[in-house]
Design a protein around this ligand. Structure first.
Ligand code: HEM
Ligand SMILES: *[C@@H]1O[C@H](CO)[C@@H](O)[C@H](O)[C@H]1NC(C)=O
Ligand SMILES: *[C@@H]1O[C@H](CO)[C@@H](O)[C@H](O)[C@H]1NC(C)=O
Ligand SMILES: *[C@@H]1O[C@H](CO)[C@@H](O)[C@H](O)[C@H]1NC(C)=O
Ligand SMILES: *[C@@H]1O[C@H](CO)[C@@H](O)[C@H](O)[C@H]1NC(C)=O
Ligand SMILES: *[C@@H]1O[C@H](CO)[C@@H](O)[C@H](O)[C@H]1NC(C)=O
Length: 499
């Protein structure tokens, strides 16, 4: 076992032991965290589009008071706990669901309107095993969801060896998402929820997410600003230049443009499938690779050349500035400007679209996961994850070796897992031939492309010779597993889920 996973298991074991010791607090009957806010707990990070204004959204036909809030708030939460549970006695669990949980689930409307925002966001979603346990036997119209994420590993080109044990079977029935500006508020709400459910719910696993500190807020663990490019739901609030407008049914089940076959009574309308992935990031190893393979560019320091390689792998500089608009150096003003930082499609006058990678490589993460002008397609997911684990320590940086697990608690929402997350992972980022029709095979997405942990060939990274192939010896992002969930509309918590 690698030291990092050993520490992880140890930490989890202690946590479980602590939870057992703390069990008697059930008799203390803590109150739920109630109260309203004067200002939104969502953190405004320059360059990450803010949530749409409540007034604009109120004027639309969207059932915003029925859609769970996390689906539309993206990556702006300061702290978030993922609490994975199993259901004990289904009848008792359902009683609590309808009576105690439904009233405190946070809707999209509440998240957009600060005067309605709770101190702690609470959302809840269920796996297929969870719905079966509840006796909800309808087909939700999504085969990937029905099978569960562990069944997808072969086609996702990953191995289960590194998976967190809890994700390997069907023991996770659901997940609660709790988000706030402080861990304290989240813990208070967890205590309330555990007391309320009593033995009808058991914690199986938990993962703490947090924005990175200070100026790194909004940046993922490799250092790049994350959460910039999100699809806009047609008719819902503001759009920014370059944003992909998709039919709402691409993200929300039962809405316009949803091609899935859903139960006829419409109880799924306004829900969304939630893909959770614990993606560990080997940050010191990644940084060393950039230094060791930095392209030769006259007039740049070694660090600047390493930064250029990293930016070409991602398709953006650390500030969020797209390399398609600023190919040679970072431009923080561009990265911070929501009206410019997403306004590109990889085409330029006089640039040969088939062969010219002097700006964005065909293999860059943002080009592989959203090919813009390369393909005519609306394939899109709403990303709502958050980093987990601590900052890289001085010892880790000096040794070029990860010893404390950190990464991205990846969350995506879509109305079809096969056409959303799985399609992007399988047909695009993992497919060396994609983007098709270029003068060179692009190879894997160097950030998230998977090849069962084996080496990955990539072209386009050296601006001097874009046909040159670089072999990435290891995956810098390692899947620790996850699960597929359905995030139902809030009305289902007093309706179909408890019928
Ligand atoms: C640890 C793993 C990951 C890291 C570090 C990462 C990092 C990033 C960064 C820095 C961006 C650019 C900023 C932005 O537009 O928000 C981005 C965009 C994006 N990522 Fe990832 N990502 C990861 C995993 C994934 C996975 C697993 C998928 C889907 C299979 C994915 C899909 C996307 C998409 C669709 C975009 C937006 C592209 C666009 O519209 O321009 N990412 N990611
Ligand atoms: C925000 O919520 C308050 C309290 O419910 C309400 O009075 C106000 O009209 C809402 N604002 C908008 C723009 O919907
Ligand atoms: C993409 O979505 C837009 C907006 O809803 C729609 O007009 C267009 O037809 C869609 N394109 C494809 C290829 O589905
Ligand atoms: C290409 O490589 C040469 C040396 O091999 C170097 O002088 C030049 O600056 C490089 N050009 C670019 C655009 O990287
Ligand atoms: C870490 O990697 C850098 C870049 O390759 C190298 O200069 C340094 O010597 C390495 N440190 C150790 C302890 O291996
Ligand atoms: C990567 O490239 C090397 C060298 O060209 C080749 O031997 C190997 O088969 C390639 N690997 C894959 C997975 O294509």
């Amino acid at each position: 076992m690698r030291p990092s996973s050993f520490l992880f298991v140890l930490a989890f074991g202690l946590d479980a032991a602590f939870a057992r010791r703390a069990a008697p607090r059930a008799t203390q009957n803590p109150a739920g965290v109630t109260g309203t806010r004067k200002s939104s707990f969502l953190k405004n990070v320059a360059g990450i589009p803010p949530v749409p204004p409540a007034a604009k959204v109120a004027a639309t036909a969207f059932p915003v008071n029925d859609i769970q809030g996390d689906i539309i708030v993206g990556m702006q939460k300061p702290k978030e706990l993922f609490y994975f549970f199993s259901i004990g006695d289904a009848a008792s669990f359902k009683t609590h669901l309808a009576k105690d949980i439904a009233p405190i689930l946070t809707s999209a409307e509440q998240m957009l309107n600060t005067t309605q925002q709770p101190l702690v966001l609470l959302n809840m979603a269920f796996s297929q095993a969870g719905l079966t346990t509840l006796g909800v036997l309808d087909s939700l119209g999504d085969t990937s969801f029905t099978l569960g994420q562990i069944k997808a590993i072969q086609t996702l080109a990953e191995k289960s060896d590194g998976w967190q044990q809890e994700f390997k079977g069907t023991g996770i029935h659901g997940v609660m998402l709790l988000a706030s500006d402080t861990v304290d508020l989240i813990n208070q709400q967890v205590a309330f929820l555990e007391t309320t459910f009593g033995s009808s719910m058991r914690k199986v696993y938990a993962l703490d997410g947090a924005m990175r500190p200070g100026a790194l807020a909004g940046h993922e663990m490799f250092g790049y600003k994350d959460g910039i490019a999100q699809p806009a739901l047609d008719g819902f609030g503001d759009t920014h230049p370059g944003q992909l407008v998709v039919p709402p049914g691409m993200i929300l089940t039962g809405m316009d443009g949803d091609s899935g076959v859903r139960p006829v009574d419409g109880w799924m309308t306004g829900g969304s499938f939630l893909v959770f992935r614990q993606l560990e990031q080997l940050v010191p190893e990644f940084d060393k690779f950039l230094l060791d393979n930095a392209p030769i560019v006259e007039g740049k320091t070694l660090q600047e050349r390493a930064d250029l390689l990293g930016a070409r792998m991602v398709g953006r500089w650390k500030s969020g500035a797209p390399i398609d608009l600023s190919p040679n150096q970072d431009d923080p003003a561009l990265g911070n400007d929501v009206n410019r930082n997403n306004n590109f499609d990889f085409t330029h006058d006089g640039l040969d679209f088939k062969s010219d990678q002097s700006r964005c490589p065909f293999s860059a993460h943002i080009r592989k996961s959203r090919p813009r002008a390369d393909v005519s397609s609306n394939i899109s997911i709403m990303r709502s994850g958050i980093p987990y684990g601590g900052e890289v320590t001085a010892a880790e940086a000096a040794s070029n070796t990860t010893s404390q697990a950190r990464g991205l608690a990846f969350v995506s929402y879509q109305s079809s897992i096969a056409k959303g997350f799985e399609f992007i992972q399988k047909a695009w980022v993992n497919a060396p031939g994609f983007v098709f029709g270029k003068d060179v095979q692009p190879g894997f997405d160097p950030i998230v492309g998977q090849n069962f942990g084996g080496p990955r060939n990539v072209t386009g990274l050296d601006p001097n010779d874009t046909h040159k192939q670089l072999t990435l010896p290891l995956e810098f992002v390692v899947s620790r597993g996850g699960e597929y969930f359905f995030s139902p509309p809030i009305s289902a918590f007093t309706g179909r889920l408890v019928a």
